[in-house]
Design a binder for this molecule. Structure first.
Ligand SMILES: Cc1cc2nc3c(=O)[nH]c(=O)nc-3n(C[C@H](O)[C@H](O)[C@H](O)COP(=O)(O)OP(=O)(O)OC[C@H]3O[C@@H](n4cnc5c(N)ncnc54)[C@H](O)[C@@H]3O)c2cc1C
Length: 476
């Protein structure tokens, strides 16, 4: 343990209930969904803000790395304490209050995303950000990653619902950015700088979130197409027709085949080949949804090989479950997976898809694609045999080609997962040296001792050179 003496001193100050050093706690806090395990010296469970301030003060004095964690569902290694030190676990901070009249939620960072959504619904409000991990991810982690989800096309991402944040600068001073106000123009927008900063610029200990009115009606559709290109063309036609689509999820034929092999069979009567699929939800007031349904069915029926409207909320939920389980189903293709979350402008979607299919042919590695067609945020995968060095080298080349192509097409290398450890090799494809230097200058100004989540975003980590830990996580 690199920081043994500092950990002992902190335990003497705050007590063993705050500073845990047992092996089980340290292992659980050593990784996230990327399964890159780096043991912290201790897991810290602060009772209140005084504890957080004391921890940050000690970390700055002794230069101990501090890695914040919520649900540990990050897919990039951003919650892994890559340099050891202390894992600051805020998943137990679960207070939640919703003002039923104003639709404003006052949330501690450990509140689970699905809990906030469910509590909001009980009061007739709606919290739209819905990452597929929502039963396990926390609001603190969602804010730090600017999490998106299936409803991004119409309702945006976590950032769009954050009114104010409070917590600690890396140096330990308490700050509050914004208020429970619909407008705020006093000084720099530090609130938005914290959103998406992957736990490197501040510790969120409280958030004020905006809720919106819950849509009165929803209609959910399963649309099957002969191939991916027909599905993507239809998604653009739906958008161009200005239909109120809140969700437009895409699954290519390989993804559909993998989920079916897992027993998640889509309710379609089809003869012949596996289709590519769009899952579409229209929402709004009941009359509008019925009118839009008619236009929607007219628009897509000529393009599909099968079209079905979910007959009940339970059937709709089954469709979303198929989509949520896609990521895990990919392991039917190989035991190694590079999972990207690129964003591509509508004009370039087909070109990118053709490119991934060409890579499949050239490298002999499966490249399944699924994701959010509504906002162009696609999960592109490269599957490989993790124990085969030839496969690993090919996967590295293939994923690098994908990232180069994404940038050349005017896209982004990450739309919702962030950089963490996993995407570090690609940051310089996206950002110029001046842009990276500006970001690093912000980091240096807020965290002069470099204690908060060091080794993330700007490093030289190469994920394919690290062995993943084999462990069953709660969402597997
Ligand atoms: C099955 C599955 C499906 C997923 N689907 C989606 C999806 O559809 N959309 C999407 O956007 N993501 C998705 N993800 C990724 C992940 O769930 C999100 O990034 C989520 O926001 C992480 O939340 P968490 O609480 O688990 O954070 P953690 O994994 O614990 O931490 C993530 C980052 O946030 C920082 N952090 C955590 N809490 C705080 C805090 N209080 N203050 C400051 N920084 C903090 C950490 O240091 C770390 O850098 C998925 C993951 C899985 C496993």
């Amino acid at each position: 343990m690199a920081f043994e003496a500092q950990t002992r001193a902190l335990a003497a100050q705050l007590g063993p209930e705050v500073v845990r050093t047992d092996g089980a706690a340290r292992f659980a806090a050593s990784l996230d969904n990327a399964r890159l395990s780096f043991l912290p010296d201790a897991v810290l469970l602060p009772r209140d803000e005084d504890d957080v301030a004391a921890i940050l003060k000690a970390a700055n004095m002794e230069k101990v790395p501090v890695t914040i964690r919520g649900g540990g569902t990050a897919t990039t290694g951003s919650a892994s304490p890559v340099l050891g030190g202390w894992a600051l676990d805020l998943s137990g901070w679960k207070n939640l209050h919703i003002d039923a009249e104003t639709g404003i939620a006052y949330v501690q960072p450990g509140v689970v995303t699905a809990t906030l959504a469910a509590e909001a619904e009980k009061l007739g409000w709606f919290y739209p950000p819905d990452p597929s991990s929502s039963k396990y991810s926390t609001i603190g982690g969602n804010i730090a990653c600017n999490a998106g989800g299936m409803r991004g096309a119409r309702y945006g991402v976590t950032r769009d619902y954050v009114m104010a944040l409070e917590g600690f600068l890396p140096t330990g001073e308490w700050v509050r950015w914004g208020g429970d106000l619909r407008k705020w123009a006093a000084g720099y927008n530090m609130r938005d700088l914290w959103v998406g900063s992957e736990g490197t610029l501040g510790v969120v200990t409280g958030a004020v979130l905006r809720l919106i009115a819950k849509p009165a009606a929803r209609a959910t559709f399963l649309c099957a197409f002969a191939d991916e290109f027909k599905a993507l063309e239809a998604s653009r036609a739906i958008f161009a027709a200005r239909l109120p689509a809140s969700i437009m999820e895409f699954m290519d034929r390989a993804s559909v085949a993998c989920t079916a092999a897992e027993g998640l069979v889509l309710p379609l009567k089809l003869e012949g080949a596996t289709p590519a699929v769009l899952l579409v939800e229209l929402d709004g007031d009941a009359e509008k949804v019925e009118a839009a349904t008619k236009s929607f069915e007219e628009l897509v029926s000529g393009r599909t090989v099968a079209l079905r409207r979910a007959s009940s909320p339970a059937e709709a939920e089954l469709l979303w479950e198929v989509r949520r389980r896609c990521s895990k189903a990919m392991f039917r293709l190989a035991d190694g997976k590079l999972n990207e979350d690129i964003v591509i402008p509508p004009r370039a979607q087909e070109e990118l898809l053709a490119f991934t299919q060409d890579l499949h042919a050239r490298y002999g590695l499966a490249t399944p694609v699924f994701g959010h067609a509504g906002d162009g945020n696609f999960h592109v995968h490269v599957m490989y045999r993790a124990g085969d060095s030839g496969d690993r080298a090919k996967a590295e080349k293939a994923v690098t080609e994908i990232m180069e192509k994404v940038v050349a097409l005017g896209g982004a290398i990450s739309g919702e997962h962030g950089i963490g450890l996993a995407k570090q090799p690609f940051l310089s494809l996206q950002l110029s040296p001046a842009e990276i230097a500006a970001m690093q200058a912000v980091k240096k100004a807020l965290d002069p001792n470099g204690i908060l989540n060091p080794g993330k975003i700007f490093g030289a980590f190469r994920i394919w050179e690290h062995e993943k830990t084999s462990v069953k996580l709660p969402w597997d």
